[in-house]
Design a protein around this ligand. Structure first.
Ligand code: BGC
Length: 715
């Protein structure tokens, strides 16, 4: 009874706030209400749970189509039809974009929009209403197997990139689905782990990306995470969903479950799940009615135990999404694997590559280099189908080796596998000898290594970057340390190219290696983009969206908190000190800092002026000049530091950035505006955002550790 009351009260609140803040026009809302009036309870319930692997039912009698979804964050997933077996004879080879962490390392929100446009257009072409991305979980530990799909350790960078992506998808008449709400930060026990964190940590670190998705981008759908938060599953979590997402943020779209993430009918009804997706019961269609939001709900409503209005509210939200996702009328067909889409994939890949270290070795000069040793099993390996639900059937995929060969037609390539991609394999003496031999007889050696998605029989096979898997540690797998050391000793002109979803321990060889590049998983054009950076056709402009610590032991989640959870609970004891917030506050020197990324040119920063307007709006202006010989892109980063804070605070926090492209000798004035939120922290006593009065310094630089300009102001 109490529960029914709670449900009714929730409904009233949401009806009132709905009048205030409607996301669809009132004409559409009228149509939706009139459709709901005509529907039977069975028809309504059919709409709130899956009826195949990626769809939920429509009501054909009323002209309501099914809601059709598809993964995933960096391409439209291959067609699985109504079950899970790959569909035959369908055109499902399309654009394979660079992964989420690569997109974030461009630090270019306009590329976020372009990326989203490609996805939206391809999803529409493939008849999908919802694309299940972006994934924006905070990179709390380098070991999380899905970091490659996500964006950053920093909530501000996530918030800026996610808005472009979502607006891009939704500009095509397709809905985005931001996921996984929230704290799905480990994979091994994602279905059971209960996450505990302070309110301040929740508000400052883990929620801002989702809040921006709702309030700045107007995302139409959100996917709940598998895990629990403070004892309740995230997909039906009274505090997270009812109070924050639908209450404080006024979200009017659909909260769908992750696949199989609903655990209880009454909780799902009460605490905000609008759509139960999944396949855990099996793929036979007769089993879908047995979902938690299936037949049981019909019986509960018919017996008067649950008011029908609860179901109406969920159906209303689904209908809103259908209206916004070209389900009733399609304005354009969308495009698939088009030249323009591939060009966007290439552009993102180019801007995502991060030049980590360069001791006068890069770019390579095509006029003088006669031979290159390309070493590593990753060099000619395709990645599009790896990683789990984000797998994409690429129209084609240019591997690093193929990219190098495309550009260096007259160069002799001496190739060696170097290592074997098998979980516990170690580079054998024979493999190392072969690699050393190739390195010795070449002008330059390029080792292509790092992490791997895995995938031969199943996506978790030999995987390090994949769904359902976390990395066992941060050490290079497959004996790559020994290999790189031997190659560097054999040929000092060695460049290491890392693929993967984030940090790896480089301590054994970083000091002696002249050139190091982070290339992530660069999508279908990744190999061409990499070659263009290596040979200087493209000047690298990517910056790390995540700190690369030296060793795993330095990572705050591992030093203080639980990773993974212990006895079913993960306590985030490191609190707000995630990533550079920890390394910079506690003076732990990282291998490569958050925001770091080199260029083939140089930039000078000068003339920082900071002015204060009304409501603590602060404007910072400064000038950047390209002082080198080639054109290039730079990401100017603005951090805020509070002097003499009375509360525990990070040394600095990113609150603004801008990417600029400059010709040699060209200068540009950059203006960054900071509103009051740039200076606020979450006050747990008041349970509200708050601001300390006093002196703040505005720090401008090229990474969290390389601050070049600094001005102080009183607020
Ligand atoms: C993943 C989601 C994905 C869904 C559908 C789940 O296992 O966690 O990210 O969208 O499957 O494939």
């Amino acid at each position: 009874m109490q529960r029914v009351f709670k449900v009714t009260a929730m409904l009233l609140i949401s009806m009132v706030s709905y009048k205030v803040q409607s996301q669809t026009g009132s004409g559409t809302e009228d149509k939706i209400n009139s459709l709901i009036k005509k529907m039977t309870i069975e028809e309504k319930v059919g709409m709130i749970h899956a009826n195949s692997s990626f769809t939920s039912a429509g009501v054909p009698r009323l002209g309501i189509p099914e809601l059709v979804t598809s993964d995933g964050p960096h391409g439209v997933r291959l067609e699985h039809g109504r079950g899970w077996s790959d569909a035959k004879n369908v055109n499902d080879s399309g654009t394979y974009l660079p992964v989420g962490v690569a997109l974030a390392s461009t630090w270019n929100p306009s590329l976020g929009f372009a990326f989203g446009e490609v996805l939206g257009s391809e999803a529409k072409y493939r008849g999908k209403n919802v694309i299940l991305g972006p994934g924006i979980n905070i990179m709390r530990s380098p070991l999380n197997g899905r970091n490659f799909e996500y964006q950053s350790e920093d909530p501000f960078l996530v918030s800026k990139m996610v808005v472009g992506y979502i607006k891009g998808v939704q500009s095509q008449g397709v809905s985005a689905c931001v996921k996984h709400f929230i704290a799905n930060n480990e994979e091994v026990d994602r279905g059971t782990v209960d996450v505990e964190m302070s309110e301040r940590t929740l508000r400052e670190i883990y929620l801002p990306g989702f809040k921006a998705a709702v309030m700045d981008a107007g995302v139409h759908t959100i996917m709940g995470a598998y895990n629990k938060f403070r004892g309740q599953f995230c997909t039906h979590n009274e505090y997270l969903v009812n109070k924050i997402m639908k209450g404080e943020w006024g979200f009017k779209g659909v909260l769908m479950s992750d696949w199989g993430a609903v655990h209880n009918t009454m909780d799902a009804l009460n605490y905000g799940t609008d759509l139960e997706m999944g396949s855990d019961i099996g793929t036979h269609p007769m089993k879908f009615p047995k979902f938690y939001l299936g037949d049981t709900v019909v019986a509960l409503v018919k017996s008067g135990k649950v008011p029908e209005s609860i179901i109406d509210e969920k159906v209303r939200r689904i209908l809103r999404v259908l209206y916004k996702s070209s389900a009733f009328s399609k304005t354009s067909p969308g495009e698939y694997g088009s030249e323009a889409h591939i060009a966007t994939a290439k552009k993102v890949a180019e801007e995502s590559i991060v030049l980590l270290k360069n001791e006068n070795i890069l770019p390579l000069n095509l006029n003088t280099i006669k031979s290159i040793a390309v070493i590593g099993a990753n060099a000619d390996r395709k990645n599009s189908m790896g990683g789990g639900s984000s797998q994409v059937k690429a129209l084609y995929e240019i591997t690093p080796l193929a990219g190098l060969k495309n550009m260096a037609k007259d160069v002799v390539f001496n190739c060696a596998d170097g290592y074997k991609i098998e979980r516990n394999a170690i580079a054998t003496p024979e493999m190392i000898a072969e690699a050393v031999d190739a390195a010795k007889k070449s002008d330059v050696a390029i080792v292509i290594g790092g992490w791997t998605h895995g995938y031969s029989k199943s996506w978790s096979d030999n995987a390090f970057d994949a769904e359902g898997v976390d990395k066992p540690n941060m050490k290079m797998p497959f004996g790559q340390d020994e290999l790189i050391k031997a190659v560097v000793a054999a040929n000092p002109n060695t460049i290491v190219v890392l693929l993967g979803g984030g940090p790896i321990d480089m301590t054994q060889w970083v000091g002696n290696t002249k050139g190091i590049i982070e290339a992530w998983y660069g999508g279908m054009e990744g190999g061409n983009a990499l070659a263009e950076v290596i040979f200087g056709k493209v000047n690298p402009s990517g910056k790390l969206p995540v700190t690369f610590p030296k060793v795993l032991e330095d990572v705050p989640a591992h030093k203080f908190g639980d990773f993974p959870g212990k006895n079913g609970v993960a306590v985030y004891r490191e609190g707000i000190f995630v990533g550079y917030r920890y390394y910079d506050t506690y003076n732990v020197e990282p291998q490569f800092a958050f925001g770091h990324g080199l260029s083939y040119t140089s930039f000078a920063y000068k003339d920082l002026k900071v002015t204060k307007g009304d409501n603590n709006v602060v404007t910072a202006t400064f000038t950047i000049t390209n002082t080198g010989k080639v054109s290039g892109g730079e990401v100017a980063q603005l951090y805020v530091h509070k002097e003499k804070s009375a509360i525990e605070r990070a040394e600095k926090e990113l609150k603004g950035f801008q990417k600029v492209f400059l010709q040699p000798n060209e200068s540009k004035t950059v203006t960054i505006t900071l509103d009051k939120t740039a200076f606020q922290y979450y006050n747990e006593t008041k349970m509200a955002w708050d601001m300390e009065a006093g002196r703040y310094s505005i720090q401008v630089g090229t990474s969290s550790r390389k601050i070049l300009l600094n001005e102080v102001l009183n607020l």
